[in-house]
Design a protein around this ligand. Structure first.
Ligand SMILES: Cc1cc2nc3c(=O)[nH]c(=O)nc-3n(C[C@H](O)[C@H](O)[C@H](O)COP(=O)(O)OP(=O)(O)OC[C@H]3O[C@@H](n4cnc5c(N)ncnc54)[C@H](O)[C@@H]3O)c2cc1C
Length: 539
């Protein structure tokens, strides 16, 4: 049943068994999996079926350094489905090493292992509509999938690692009917949780205060409450409620994204084939091979996890001579702001881009036709622009682990939203280890490219660092702000995602990641939510 808080009378008191706050992929996965004969479930979602600008204003906040972090409301979405209404759909599980304590990675070590989560990755992959849970090219493509760069061999990198792509599935649109039909489940749209009331000892949630868009408020009393409000709103709600549980000073700290960027100029050796685009698995899923730093190499270099993909050069630099890439500069007004950031500022006058388009008219037209057919009008969409650069020079698109740092944190601002809740203040910090991870990994890759005779990477360490920070913490991966730890001294939630020191408050979402790994987080967020559903059902 799907209802609307705009029709709820003021002062109403709702009683339920489980209350899930937030209808993004975490909240939806939990609601779909959880079914308890004696415990009805209520999912509160701040937005509606579609986004509206007034509701999205609730995401606004302050950013300490706007050069390093996008505005607080960007890369987020208040509507059923959460940020999957705009996500890219790239899926990859965390690696076993990501869960392990590592002497060289501060604050590392999850209280659960990859094995704990392994049974949930498969159903999570199915919910994400990313095909089979097969994340090596050997497993996904028995007949073979061309390597990114022919002849590349390395003891430190594998090129067998795969990323798979969701449709990309908007969890709200895709699962709305299933949610509406689910016995014992009610969804209340336009219902924003604005405060958590606790019992006298601050050990249990007594009630949630909830607001409708008009400002009318009501309460929800539930046996169990799960915050699935995303990695930024979860600490905000906990902090705005005066803290609950034992780990008050840890809430909002250790805020991580990923360290990502496009760098260098990769010259394949003469005659070496490059496959930097997508393969299609037997189940129809787009997949891409990538170069992943092996766990032993991470340990010997003393750096975080790291992957790189062969990529076209940054579109803003017309030296690529590629019409389709230059045409992207002119498509900016039609793209979502979240996706124009990676195009970079137009660094030169636009006439070289016009020249590229004119000199490469067949390439540009072919790209436009393919984009319309395989992206715009397709259900399973071609994941991203992947055109061979005419100049024959590629770049490295890297995605690296960010180390947890207690000084990188979310706090409350002095200003409030229209419901009176303090806004967020984001102070995202990167560390020397973060820059060392990308610098050393790129250096290792460059050396192994040279040694294998497959190609030559032209780069400088300084440019790698600059490219890693060029877009700052972009990408909508909001992690670590209510981190998981066996001990209340080092984390906000325990291994079952229950807030330490509370009886009935849980967190679902990227906030619980103690470390970020290299993988995009949503597949793991969904797997964790499914595991939480089983835990709560058994409780
Ligand atoms: C442009 C973009 C591209 C991305 N690409 C990828 C990708 O390729 N791969 C990947 O793995 N990830 C990607 N992500 C990240 C991915 O979207 C998030 O990891 C994922 O959506 C997080 O799920 P969540 O349910 O924890 O939070 P969200 O999706 O943020 O959902 C939280 C929900 O809670 C609701 N809510 C918030 N506060 C309240 C409140 N107080 N009361 C009630 N409801 C509330 C919100 O309205 C929202 O619907 C991308 C994100 C963006 C923005």
């Amino acid at each position: 049943m799907i209802e609307d808080a705009r029709c709820v009378p003021s002062g109403l008191a709702i009683e339920t068994g489980l209350c899930i706050v937030g209808g993004g992929p975490a909240g939806i996965a939990l609601a779909l999996r959880y079914a308890h004969p004696a415990r009805p479930t209520l999912l509160l979602e701040s937005g509606g079926i579609d986004t509206d600008p007034a509701t999205d204003l609730l995401n606004e906040g302050e950013v300490e350094d706007p050069a390093l972090h996008p505005p607080a409301a960007l890369y987020r979405r208040r509507a059923l489905g959460g940020a999957t209404g705009i996500w890219g759909g790239r899926c990859a599980p965390l690696d076993p090493i990501d869960f392990a304590p590592r002497a060289w990675m501060p604050h590392s070590g999850w209280p659960i292992t990859h094995e704990t989560l392994r049974p949930y990755y498969e159903p999570a992959n199915a919910l994400c509509e990313a095909g089979a849970f097969a994340y090596t090219s050997a497993a996904a493509f028995p007949a073979g999938l061309s390597p990114p760069l022919e002849g590349f061999t390395s003891s430190r990198f594998t090129d067998d690692a795969l990323e798979r792509f969701s449709c990309p599935t908007d969890f709200g649109a895709r699962y709305r009917d299933a949610l509406a039909r689910r016995p014992g489940l009610s969804i209340l749209l336009h219902a924003t949780a604005i405060g958590i009331e606790t019992d006298e000892r601050r050990e249990a949630v007594a009630a949630l205060n909830v607001a409708a868009p008009s400002g009318l408020t009501f309460t929800v009393r539930a046996e169990i409450v799960v915050l699935a409000t995303g990695g930024l709103e979860t600490p905000r709600l906990l902090l705005a409620s005066g803290g609950i549980g034992t780990a008050r000073d840890l809430i909002g700290r250790y805020y991580m994204c990923h360290i990502a960027g496009v760098t260098g100029r990769l010259h394949p050796a003469p005659g070496r084939a490059v496959a930097h685009g997508y393969g299609i698995a037997a189940d129809g899923t787009y997949c891409r091979r990538r170069l992943a730093l092996r766990p032993e190499a991470q340990a010997s270099l003393g750096i975080g996890n790291f992957i790189a993909r062969l990529h076209h050069p940054r579109p803003a630099d017309p030296a690529h001579r590629t019409g389709a890439l230059s045409a992207l500069q002119f498509a900016r007004p039609f793209l979502r702001p979240e996706y124009t950031l990676r195009l970079g500022a137009s660094e030169r006058p636009s006439w070289p881009h016009i020249r590229n388009v004119l000199l490469d008219l067949p390439g540009t037209a072919g790209f436009a036709a393919t984009w319309l057919r395989r992206r715009r009008f397709a259900v399973r969409k071609f994941p991203s622009v992947a055109v061979p650069p005419r100049a024959g020079i590629y770049a490295l698109d890297f995605h690296a682990e960010q180390a947890p740092d207690p000084q990188s944190r979310i706090t409350l601002a002095a200003t409030r939203d229209r419901h009176g809740v303090p806004r967020l203040r984001i102070a995202w910090r990167y560390s020397a280890l973060d820059l060392r991870t990308v610098r050393e990994a790129v250096a290792a890759l460059a050396a192994d490219l040279r040694n294998s005779g497959a190609g030559h990477l032209d780069y400088t360490p300084d440019e790698v660092a600059a490219d890693a920070l060029r877009e700052g913490a972009y990408g909508g991966h909001h992690l670590g702000t209510a981190r998981m730890s066996a001990s209340p001294r080092t984390g906000v939630v325990d291994e079952n995602c229950r807030v330490h020191g509370t009886r009935n408050l849980y967190v679902a979402g990227g906030a619980v990641f103690p470390t970020s790994g290299q993988a995009n987080p949503t597949l793991t967020i969904v797997a964790l939510a499914l595991r939480l559903a089983d835990h709560l059902r058994a409780a």
